[in-house]
Design a protein around this ligand. Structure first.
Ligand code: ADP
Ligand code: ZN
Length: 212
């Protein structure tokens, strides 16, 4: 299954993507994670991306398209993949089509802006990719990752002002992709639930149906 996961920042794409990856045994790739590792490693790519990310803007299309193109050509993606956070603009979606990549399902997780804002203020993440929330998804030990034991941190772009900008960017540049993929008959939507596990159940059920 070649899957695109959509949803506003903080809609829970990363969490659901890990569950889907486990169930269908296909790799998940997050352009956000890739860009953050580049920032951390201080590569040229990272240096050019950081300013955009910290202010809640999108990194230029050609940069992320290049990253994805490289990734999708690897052996790991042969039996399917999950794209989390790509495409994020119409030109990115067009670039994906131009690569000849066939997408089976585009799943959009819908969460109202007010909820997003409440969630993001409590988000804590780990360098290993795990993600927690001070109220909703607590780690076993405060501030420490369950999976790898590293210290959790707050993402630079999770501050209130940047969150507001990221939401604006999402509605203006990414949401039009829903129409783009609805026209192609492959869009399915799921309402994000209060409980993460309820959302996961809905997501997996929806994907099973979409595949059948
Ligand atoms: P979220 O979905 O929570 O906003 P991500 O981790 O997916 O966070 O992305 C963080 C930031 O990385 C984005 O705000 C943006 O600056 C950049 N980014 C990630 N994916 C893309 C993309 N496909 N196109 C452009 N910028 C991207
Ligand atoms: Zn960890």
């Amino acid at each position: 299954m070649n899957l695109i996961l959509m949803g506003a920042p903080g809609a829970g794409k990363g969490t659901q993507s890990a569950k889907i990856s486990e169930k269908y045994n296909i790799p998940a790739v997050s352009t956000g994670d890739m860009l953050r590792s580049a920032v951390k490693a201080g590569t040229e790519l990272g240096l050019s991306a950081k300013g955009y990310m910290d202010s809640g803007k999108l990194v230029p299309d050609d940069v992320v398209v290049g990253i994805i193109k490289e990734y999708l050509s690897t052996e790991a993606c042969k039996n399917g993949f999950i794209l989390d956070g790509f495409p994020r603009t119409i030109p990115q979606a067009e670039a994906l089509e131009a690569m000849g990549v066939k997408i089976d399902v585009v799943l959009s997780i819908e969460v109202p802006d007010e909820k997003i804002i409440a969630r993001m203020s409590g988000r804590r993440v780990c360098t290993c990719g795990a993600s927690y929330h001070v109220e909703y998804i607590k780690p076993q030990v405060d501030g420490v990752c369950d999976k790898c034991g590293s210290k959790l941190y707050i993402r630079d772009d999770d501050c209130a002002e940047t969150v507001a900008n990221r939401l604006k960017t999402y509605h203006a540049q990414t949401e039009p992709l829903k129409d783009f993929y609805a026209e192609r008959g492959i869009l399915v939507t799921v309402e994000g639930q209060e409980e993460v596990s309820d959302t996961t159940a809905l997501v997996l059920e929806t994907l099973d149906k979409a595949q059948a």
